[in-house]
Design a protein around this ligand. Structure first.
Ligand code: ADP
Ligand code: MG
Length: 907
């Protein structure tokens, strides 16, 4: 088995209790294990329920059946915990019913009720769909409650029929079942959280690599854990043993008096893998690895040890973790001070950024629920932490500084769900080409322009800022103030006209609106003051008058947020006359959110505690305040959007697509562009409307095809496109002839191709000429942060000139389909305008939905470019497509599996 194939068919995933298991197809080499499972690790009762009796031969027959040479009619998967086969699920596909899988399922007694059966079933469903199976059927005994519970909990409809003490179960495997996907997501979240418990709520901790030298990393972490007040056992390991500060030091992990839940590895890089293996054997459940610079073999061993022994891993190259929950109080990091307890979850990739961020949050008085320095993210990633915070009962704000989120394919679904519950703020790092150069360890995929990235973050509900400063500014507002109405109308009140104007400009730049206020404020203002918005009170107004004015503005229904800008004036002779008193003596919680700008303050942002005990964010700069308000408005808009279902794409033929891709990659192990025939077949498998395209190897075939295609010489015409392997742009190379009306035109076009391209020419594609319409481009690209994106743009030969395109995270929702079309500058071309009828929008939406489905079904698809799709009032047809495939592990966004870090792939 090649490594690539092994990776495609082997998955590591979590049981409900957080245990890591490996799932892979069974083969002849597994015979002993399968026999043992059936013969020795099931009780008689389990065997009776499985085999409908206690035949002594049953285990051997099962092993024979499951462990033959892999064939077309049987799919069998085993789940392994380390060396132990803990369960098996298989389905046989009867010759006469190729869309049916006859299901069987076994889990060793001591592994039951831990979600192994469900996990095996999910993977079997995935594999079976790939073989074209549409329904599972199983015969079960009525008394087999366990198996009925598993079926009932899957999230798929289950039909039961009782027949003489047996129950015939039918489970249709509907592809687009949102209910099933949501159930899988929820199981994934629970398992993830269960597995992270040992890391973020450990009962005991060991620090490995504690040197005697004061100030060393290991020693510092050990001291911090002890000083932090961790309530459970804290143990130290060093081969030279002895004692430190009167506490014993043990020579190895195996020699510890108790098995720690969490081990912090402060050993040098070359020792990490060995210590990790030792921890795994001892039964440790989670690791934090501080060292950086692991070699590729060490990296592979480290990840392998974690997966084999079911340990979650933070790092390597981590600064550590901190948990402020009073019941845990774990300070296992060597960065700075133990963070203030609170409600902000913080995860950073770079330790330095982490230190800076924690300091600035502490300064603002924003406490932290948990802090994780993720480092090189071999295992635990931003996605994991989002899921943890989603349900930890403490976190109400997530702050991330990451170059990527890990598992980009799962990211879109996770983020969209989590951000409905709590604001997720991130710094969009690595936007520029130079920035990406600095970002560690990735194969830089096509750069996604900043505007597109912003739209993608918005689609996921994530608040993306451009700097740590902006992140903190925004957190200061979201943490202390309610969200505004999605409309985002802001009133500016200042006591100095100039600063009010700057604020108005900044707000407009940030996309907020400043409604003109009617005369209602005039009576409260002195002569010469501006009452409309920005409101200028003039320096003559003291705190009492200002307070009344703020109340009045707050009550105005035209306003959704309030920005108050104050400068000290010569009239404020003492504290009582300081206009800031108007803020301090009033409430910080009002009908609408409020922020202030004090341009003379020394720090960029701080919180003032007002008379009602609530906090008011105060900025030194109008731009910072305006951006924060704009982010709050965007979040309000996101929350106001209805939750949408995944876009529907009925009738996609997964099986054909999969076998096509497998065939291509077998012949082209490094991947590459599909040829015209392969492209047409793949698109057709997913119902994408490629126009009739006939492959002609020579002039004669081209002419026959053209003749068969339309009434040449009458009203019909064809297009002829030369093809050779490695071709890039056809038109530019002179490889496209359109509007050929007669046989002799086709003939001479082909001859010209032969003259121009000589021996390179492999043949040509003949197509009927499509009726003119709006030329669109539609496609899929892979982004290293966001995963697969679906694109839509105004296409044809003017694509580059118009540069009008939108992108969305796949899988697309129904709502995404709507906004994609609407967000194009050229949207009226599609929806119609006076004098133009518009195009068949459902046909365009269908193209996008099918591309989204194709991206999910074929993770090897790195690029698909349909340009143009010609859209007309009566339909949409694609006349040119290019598809590139690359070998890579199959990550279905709906399939539960752990990510495999690039660093651990080699070797
Ligand atoms: P490329 O994009 O590689 O240059 P295309 O196959 O897209 O080549 O052809 C270029 C242009 O020719 C298309 O954008 C479209 O305007 C036109 N064209 C190509 N094939 C057809 C066709 N079958 N019917 C109508 N127009 C076509
Ligand atoms: Mg084209």
């Amino acid at each position: 088995m090649s490594i690539a194939h092994f990776h495609r068919t082997t998955a590591e995933a979590l049981l409900a209790d957080g245990t890591t298991v490996v799932i892979r197809p069974l083969g002849p080499q597994d015979r002993e294990a399968v026999l043992d499972l059936h013969a020795n690790r099931m009780s008689d009762e389990s065997r009776r329920l499985r085999f409908f009796g206690v035949s002594r031969n049953a285990p051997r027959l099962a092993a024979d059946r499951l462990c033959g040479e892999p064939g077309e009619r049987l799919l069998s998967l085993g789940a392994w915990a380390g060396e132990e086969l803990i369960g098996e699920a298989d389905c046989e596909i009867p010759e006469d019913r190729p869309q049916t899988g006859e299901l069987a399922l076994v889990v060793a007694d001591r592994w039951q009720r831990r979600g192994a059966a469900t996990l095996l079933l999910e993977h079997l469903i995935h594999a079976a769909r790939g073989r074209g199976v549409r329904v599972f059927e199983a015969d079960t005994l009525a008394g087999n409650r366990g198996v009925h519970k598993v079926f009932a909990g899957l999230g798929l409809p289950v039909h039961r029929r009782l027949d003489r003490g047996e129950i015939r179960v039918r489970v249709p495997l509907d592809e687009s079942d949102e209910h099933y996907r949501a159930a899988v997501d929820e199981r994934g979240r629970r398992a993830d959280v269960a597995s992270l418990g040992a890391l973020l709520r450990p009962g005991s901790v060991a620090v490995v690599g504690v040197s005697r030298r004061a100030g060393s990393v290991g020693r510092t972490v050990l001291a911090k854990i002890r000083q932090g007040g961790f309530p459970g056992p804290v143990m130290a390991v060093n081969p030279r043993a002895g004692s430190i500060d009167g506490e014993p030091v043990y020579p190895s992990v195996g020699a510890l008096p108790a098995v720690p839940d969490l081990a912090v590895l402060a050993v040098p890089a070359p020792a990490v893998a060995g210590v990790a293996e030792e921890c795994g054997r001892a039964g440790v459940r989670a690791l934090v690895v501080l060292a950086s610079g692991l070699g590729s073999e060490d990296a592979r061993r480290l990840v392998h040890a974690c997966r084999e022994h079911s340990m979650r891993l933070v790092g390597p190259n981590s600064l550590g973790i901190a948990q402020t929950d009073p019941a845990v109080r774990l300070d296992a990091e060597f960065g700075g001070a133990f963070p203030l307890p609170g409600t902000a979850g913080v995860a950073v990739q770079s330790g330095g950024v982490g230190i800076a961020l924690l300091k600035r949050l502490a300064w603002l008085g924003i406490g932290v629920s948990s802090f994780v320095s993720l480092g090189d993210k071999y295992d635990v990633s931003g996605n994991d932490l989002l899921q943890w915070w989603e349900g930890d009962g403490r976190t109400d704000l997530a702050l991330l500084h990451l170059e990527s989120f890990g598992g980009p394919r799962a990211f879109a679904r996770t983020a969209r769900r989590v951000t409905r519950r709590l604001p997720v703020l991130t710094v969009d790092a690595g936007r520029s080409a130079a920035g990406r150069r600095g970002a560690a360890s990735h194969t830089a995929a096509a750069a996604t322009p900043t505007v597109v990235r912003e739209a993608l973050f918005r689609q996921a509900g994530i608040t993306a800022t451009r700097s740590i400063g902006e992140l903190v500014d925004t957190a200061a507002l979201l943490h202390a103030q309610p969200l505004p109405d999605p409309r985002g109308a802001v009133a500016v009140v200042s006591n100095a006209g100039g600063i009010g104007i700057l604020a108005a400009d900044a707000l407009a730049d940030a996309g907020l609106i400043l409604p003109e206020l009617s005369g209602e404020l005039e009576e409260l203002l002195p002569e010469g003051a501006a009452a409309r918005n920005p409101v200028d009170t003039t320096a003559a107004v003291g705190p009492a008058k200002l307070a009344r004015l703020l109340e009045k503005v707050e009550q105005s229904r035209a306003v959704d947020a309030l920005l108050v800008c104050l400068v000290p004036t010569a009239l404020a002779t003492d504290a009582a006359h300081d206009p800031v008193r108007a803020l301090l003596d009033g409430p910080a919680r009002r009908r609408i959110p409020i922020a202030a700008v004090l341009p003379d303050q020394e720090v960029p942002v701080r919180h003032l505690t007002c008379a009602d005990g609530n906090r008011l964010p105060v900025y030194s700069d109008t731009v910072a305040a305006a951006r924060a308000l704009a982010h709050a408005r965007d979040r309000a808009r996101w929350l106001a959007e209805p939750v949408s279902e995944d876009a529907d794409a009925p009738g996609c033929d997964l099986r054909t697509a999969r076998s096509l891709v497998a065939g291509f990659l077998a012949a082209n192990p490094a991947g590459g562009w599909l040829d015209p025939v392969g492209t047409a077949d793949l698109l057709e498998s997913h119902g994408l409307p490629l126009t009739t395209s006939v492959w002609a190897r020579d002039e004669r075939t081209a002419v026959i095809a053209a003749r068969a295609m339309c009434r040449l010489g009458h009203e019909g015409a064809v297009a002829l496109k030369a093809y050779w392997p490695g071709q890039v742009h056809k038109s530019a190379a002179g490889a496209v002839r359109t509007g050929l009306r007669t046989e002799s035109e086709v003939r001479s076009a082909y001859r010209e191709f032969e003259e121009s391209f000589g021996a390179e020419l492999a043949g040509a594609v003949v197509q009927p000429m499509a009726a003119p319409g709006v030329e669109l481009l539609a496609g899929v690209v892979q982004d290293r942060v966001f995963g697969p994106l679906v694109l839509l743009g105004i296409g044809g030969t003017a694509t580059e000139v118009l540069d009008d395109r939108v992108a969305r995270l796949a899988p697309l929702t129904e709502r995404d389909l709507t906004t994609m079309v609407a967000d194009l500058r050229g949207a009226p071309l599609l929806s119609g305008y006076p004098g133009a009828p518009g195009v068949d929008l459902p046909a365009v939406r269908s193209v996008l939905a099918r591309l989204s489905r194709l991206a999910a079904d074929v993770p090897e698809l790195v690029e698909a470019d349909l340009n143009p799709v010609i859209a007309r009032p009566d339909g949409a047809v694609c006349v040119d497509a290019r598809v590139r495939l690359e070998p890579r592990p199959s990550y279905d966004p709906y399939l539960r599996r752990l990510r495999r870090p690039a660093a651990a792939e080699e070797g």
